[in-house]
Each structure stands twice: as structure tokens, then as C-alpha cells.
Design a protein around this ligand. Structure first.
Ligand code: NAP
Ligand code: MN
Length: 266
């Protein structure tokens, strides 16, 4: 933390948030931090809001590897937000002691039609944009694996495993495992179409290619985290675990295991 002092705050301004932001700024100043107006000048990027705000902060600042990302929540702690805007003394304590630890989260690299590349921290999802099903030929390392027909598919990172993936009955994955998980959204399974029907966890050395079958319904929505890509028509989406990792800080007594327990078991 020591040499990093330039902070960019990412949040959606509101009357409710403003007084708390002012207090946060005072604490930061006292600890020697400098607020910057341009994200390019920052080496710490702090999001204020929920996990959704943290994901947006990453996207808007371009998944920077030379920055430390910090999630500050204003309601309840999330998976990416380790600090609470209502507990400034804890943030202050964290800033000056060795109570914080740097975590490295794996991301996914998504390439559409071999030209446009995107990153995601939660997942890449691909969904039919109409009520009709659509079909995807799934390739793993150039091997045709299955032909999927249904509402869509979700490929999640380990940290994204507690989000969309979980509601599809995917496994929760320890972020220390560099991997990606493929999951189905309402697949049709009959004598004509057959899919695995269970989540598939793939190692970081695999490459997954989803080829959209061009049969008329071939305009699915492709999303990275909480943002839909503005791509109207695509043929293939290739996904792999990226070399890019996101650095974030967490309090030492708030591990991934603590978070899973806090969110789902109490
Ligand atoms: P949202 O629709 O406003 O909220 C989705 C919920 O998921 C929020 O409660 C959010 O937390 C939480 N969340 C986000 N990332 C998480 C994670 N890694 N682990 C556990 N919970 C997480 O959308 P959003 O806040 O912008 O979040 C985007 C995410 O929503 C997507 O990346 C996707 O994972 C998820 N999603 C889920 C479903 C589903 O489960 N059926 C469908 C679409 C999207 P906060 O309230 O703290 O923001
Ligand atoms: Mn949200």
C-alpha cells in the first residue's frame, strides 16, 4: 500500500452518498492519500457501491494491472467489497496496519469473431435475445464437444462462481484455482439434442470456443459481467483464462471462505 497514494473514486453520485464520501475523503487525506480526477493518474481505484459497482469500476477503467482495486460497500459486504462505508474506522485501521492482504483474482479473456477482445471478472454469458432457443456448437481445444440448444450458456471465473453461475447450480470454486466453469441455461435434452447437463470446470490451459449455429436465431446477447456487448451478430466466441489478474485488497479476517459462509449459510 505504501507507495500507492493516488486514488480515483468510482461511484454514482447521489444525495444519500455525498456526506459519506466527504467523510471518506477526510480519512483518506489524513492518511496521506491524494484524490485524482482522472482515472489514468490513479494507482488505487476504489468503487463505492455493491459488487455490481466494483465490476463497473473495473470495466470503466480498463482492468488495469498496475492498479489496486478496492471495493467499498454502502449497504452490506459483498464478494468484491471488503470495506464498509459506514465503518470508516475500520478502513482507517486497515490502511495503516498489516490487516490487509493483496489478493489476485483470475479473469477471463473473451474474443468475439477473432477481432474484439474483452475481459471479465464474474462471467461471460450468452443468451438468446428472443423467446426462441438458439444453438451453440461447443468446442474445447478444437475438439467438438457438444451441440447445445436452449436459452444460453455462462462461463464463469472462480470469483464469479457465487453469482450467476450459482443460480444455475454450478459449483462454487476457490479463487486460488485458476479455472473457468461452463454452465447451461435451460438446455433442451431429447433424442435430437444432447448436452452434458452438468457444470464443467476447465483448467486454465484449455480454450473454449462457442460457435453460434447460423440458423436464423443467431443474434444472441453476449455479456461480460454486468454489461451487454453492443455486438449484433457474431459467429464465434472464444474464452480462456486470461494472463491478466486483478489485484484487490481484503482484510485478513475476511477470506473467501468467510464470505461464502456469511452470504449463504447464516
Ligand atoms: P444485479 O442484477 O443488479 O445484481 C445481481 C446480484 O448479484 C447482486 O446482488 C450483486 O451484488 C450480486 N453479485 C454480483 N457479483 C457477485 C459475485 N461475484 N458473487 C456473489 N454475488 C454477486 O447486477 P449487478 O449488481 O450489476 O451484478 C452483475 C452480476 O449479476 C453478473 O455478473 C451476474 O453474475 C449476475 N447475474 C445473475 C443472474 C442470476 O443469478 N439469475 C442473472 C443475471 C446476472 P450487489 O448487490 O452487491 O451488486
Ligand atoms: Mn447490483
Amino acid at each position: 500500500m505504501s507507495e500507492r497514494k493516488n486514488v480515483f473514486l468510482y461511484y454514482i453520485p447521489s444525495d444519500e452518498l455525498e456526506p459519506k464520501i466527504q467523510q471518506l475523503k477526510t480519512v483518506g487525506k489524513k492518511q496521506g492519500f491524494k484524490l485524482v480526477d482522472n482515472m489514468e493518474d490513479a494507482n488505487i481505484i476504489a468503487s463505492i457501491g455493491g459488487d455490481g459497482a466494483f465490476l463497473q469500476a473495473l470495466r470503466k477503467t480498463g482492468f488495469r494491472e498496475d492498479c489496486l482495486y478496492v471495493g467499498i460497500n454502502n449497504k452490506r459486504l459483498g464478494f468484491y467489497t471488503d470495506f464498509d462505508l459506514d465503518k470508516l474506522e475500520r478502513i482507517e485501521e486497515g490502511l495503516q496496519s498489516d490487516m490487509v492482504e493483496v489478493l489476485r483474482y483470475p479473469t477471463l479473456e473473451v474474443t468475439v469473431d477473432g477481432i474484439q477482445t474483452f475481459h471479465c471478472l464474474n462471467e461471460c454469458s450468452i443468451r438468446s435475445n428472443i423467446i426462441k432457443t438458439f444453438a451453440i456448437d461447443v468446442y474445447i481445444d478444437d475438439i467438438h464437444f457438444e451441440t447445445f440448444r436452449g436459452d444460453g450458456m455462462v462461463v464463469s471465473t472462480p470469483t464469479g462462481s457465487t453469482a450467476y453461475n450459482k443460480s444455475l447450480r454450478g459449483a462454487i470454486v476457490d479463487p486460488r484455482l485458476r479455472s473457468m466453469q461452463l454452465n447451461e441455461i435451460a438446455s433442451i435434452n431429447n433424442n435430437e439434442y444432447r448436452t452434458l447437463g452438468s457444470p464443467l470446470l476447465l483448467s486454465s490451459s484449455r480454450e473454449l470456443v462457442l460457435k453460434i449455429v447460423q440458423d436464423g436465431n443467431d443474434h444472441p446477447i453476449i455479456a461480460v459481467d454486468n454489461e451487454a456487448l453492443g455486438i449484433r451478430h457474431s459467429h464465434e466466441v472464444s474464452i480462456k483464462v486470461s494472463e491478466k489478474v486483478i489485484k484487490t485488497i481484503k482484510l485478513k479476517d475476511n477470506s473467501f471462505i468467510h464470505k461464502v459462509k456469511r452470504s449463504f449459510l447464516q
